[in-house]
Write a protein that binds this ligand. Sequence first.
Ligand code: GDP
Length: 198
Amino acid sequence: DAEVVLVGRSNVGKSTLMRELTGHDVSTGSKPGVTRQPNHFDWAAQDFMFTDLPGFGFMSGVEDERREQIQTEIVRYLEEYADRILAGVLVLDGKSAVEIIDRHADRGEVPHDVEMFHFLREVGIEPIVAVNKMDKVDDADERLNEICDRLGLYPPWQQWREETVAPIRAKRGSIEPLLECLRTRFREEKRDDLLGFV
Ligand code: GDP
């Protein structure tokens, strides 16, 4: 069994990305917080799948308690299936990620995205950071360096581009940098049989 999971705050574009990766519309609804179950997409007769986990972080109209529950479910899922998960794609909104991270850090909290990045590593899942909505970012290099800095990845971002940091525009179908990171990952895991999926 092999799996690639997508994690990220709600509204970062995970469903859009999932659609690009699989060619299927897997979104379960437009209301935030409705994606209760992991959203699997697998290929018949193949042991590989992409999984879209519920969005975490603030969602208007979703209570704190429900949010915590979602967070717990995500963590449990990642712990349980860590062995078969070849990559954890942390999807960020390039336009707003740094601002949100800094706001939380200023309040003395650990920002969700930063926490998730480190958590993935802790459970042995190699994180790939897909920085989405790059079409809304003016200075791409500067923004990507800031994101690296916040995640503890030594800038410049270019040195992470092959395996860890992928600027994308899911809505425009531009996800090649992410596919490149996934290919690198599969090769590292000696899973060349999976290259056909990306
Ligand atoms: P999810 O909640 O993470 O599943 O996010 P969605 O896939 O539903 O996307 C949230 C919003 O972001 C939608 O309005 C998308 O059209 C938009 N979106 C997704 N990808 C991009 C992108 O690359 N650029 C821009 N500008 N918007 C995007």
